[in-house]
Design a protein around this ligand. Structure first.
Ligand SMILES: *Cc1c(COP(=O)(O)O)cnc(C)c1O
Length: 398
């Protein structure tokens, strides 16, 4: 086994989550197989008793299929490597990983501050579930001064996402972590964008990291999955118990797919990031472009924070175009290589016309009537992606 303590993240990623050697043959499969099983059998009651004792002490011991065996454990180890975490808990979708964090960390009567740039469905979780549970939510620009004004005696958590959804607003995680410590709040962050490779919020002071593995971890648009990571023993205990109590479970085949995908995460992220910068450069040369949202683009207001805190970027960007709504619809409809659809992080390019009424909830959005389009820049030849954008923009002008 490689000395993972001294090697670089990319090396560690290739050497974590491996199958153990068989003690008799001293051999092991290179690729962890999908270990599908609904339950576990023990050689004796004494062996089961020992497993139960270790489990009650918080160890990762499988006594039943719901928590998964070797494939799941391997993937959890990879998530811990990526995020610099002690423990990772798998969930069947990114949103269910978000709900795990909320359910594990909050009680009835608690108040939570949520960054106004967080993933939209968090507002739906609030409306449909949290309100009913007596958990109060305030949406706020995620800057310490703005947050301080919203604190209440029962505020327990600060939930953020950096860079934010839709407009990729970079947040100052170290400053927010200091604010959270000062006010005894748990700082939980959605790190789907950074995926533990481009951004490591736990290293920057966050307490909990939530990742939708559906996106860049899986990387091939064939998987729904999430994970929640933490270091603090008390937070780990709460996540562990709630994870078990709520019955979150992931199929071994999905854990296997995520393991298969994540091995090439650094390569894919670098290529997505390079392609996105090339697309930014093209967009910046167009008269229709008003503003580009991509933190690795030097003109982005978050560029300095991105340079300070991130190790890389990805294929996500948004662009404000001097087009009205019907022109923007024509532009999007005439793209040939960008699929019209939600999600991102797979191999392919995608486009979404963002609703300005949704952007109105983001304090970072400057407002106005122009159209804002979100692109996921895929792994196609970037010359083709640029040519496609050019023909679609020319079509709208013509
Ligand atoms: C997609 C996404 C999620 C939810 O993931 P699903 O697997 O689709 O449930 C959560 N957060 C962010 C930032 C996302 O982009």
């Amino acid at each position: 086994m490689t000395d993972t303590a001294t090697s670089r993240l990319e090396t560690q990623l290739m050497h974590s989550g491996l199958a153990e050697f068989n003690p008799k043959t001293l051999s092991a499969p290179v690729a962890m197989p999908s270990m599908r099983t609904s339950t576990v059998r023990f050689a004796s009651l004494e062996a089961l008793d020992e497993a139960l004792t270790e489990k009650s002490g918080g160890e990762r011991i499988a006594t039943y299929g719901r928590s998964g065996m070797d494939t799941h454990a391997a993937l959890e180890e990879v998530f811990c490597t990526l995020e610099g975490a002690q423990r990772a808990f798998l969930a069947p979708s990114g949103l269910s990983a978000v709900t795990l964090a909320f359910m594990a960390l909050l009680n009835a009567g608690d108040h939570v501050l949520v960054a106004d740039c967080a993933y939209g469905p968090v507002r739906y979780l609030d409306k449909i579930v949290l309100q009913r549970m007596g958990i109060e939510v305030t949406y706020c620009r995620a800057h310490p001064e703005a947050l301080a004004a919203q604190l209440r005696p029962n505020t327990r958590m600060l939930y953020i996402e950096s860079p934010g959804s839709l407009l990729f607003e970079m947040l100052d995680i170290p400053a927010l972590a200091q604010f959270a410590r000062q006010h005894k709040l748990v700082l939980a962050t959605d790190n789907t964008w950074g995926a533990g490779y481009a951004y490591r919020p736990l290293d920057l002071g966050a307490d909990v990291s939530v990742v939708a593995a559906t996106k860049y971890i899986g990387g091939h648009s064939d998987l729904m999955q999430g994970a929640v990571m933490a270091n603090d023993p008390e937070l780990v205990r709460r996540l562990n118990e709630t994870h078990y109590a709520m019955g979150y479970s992931v199929s071994a085949d999905d854990a296997w797919l995520a393991l298969r995908g994540v091995r090439t995460l650094p390569l894919r992220m670098r290529q997505h990031g390079q392609n996105a910068l090339d697309v930014c450069e093209f967009l910046a040369s167009r008269p229709e472009t008003v503003r580009i949202y991509h933190p690795a683009w030097p003109q982005d207001p978050g560029y300095a924070l991105w340079q300070r805190d991130c190790m890389g970027s990805n294929g996500m960007l948004s662009v404000e175009l001097a087009l009205n709504h019907s022109q923007a619809r024509r532009f999007v409809n005439s793209l040939k290589l960008y699929g019209i659809g939600y999600s991102w992080g797979g191999f392919e390019s995608l486009v979404q016309l963002i609703d300005n009424s949704v952007l109105a909830g983001h304090g970072y959005w400057p407002g106005g009537d122009n159209a804002t389009v979100r692109l996921h820049v895929g792994l196609e030849a970037v010359e083709d992606l640029v040519a496609d954008l050019a023909q679609a923009l020319d079509g709208v002008r013509g």
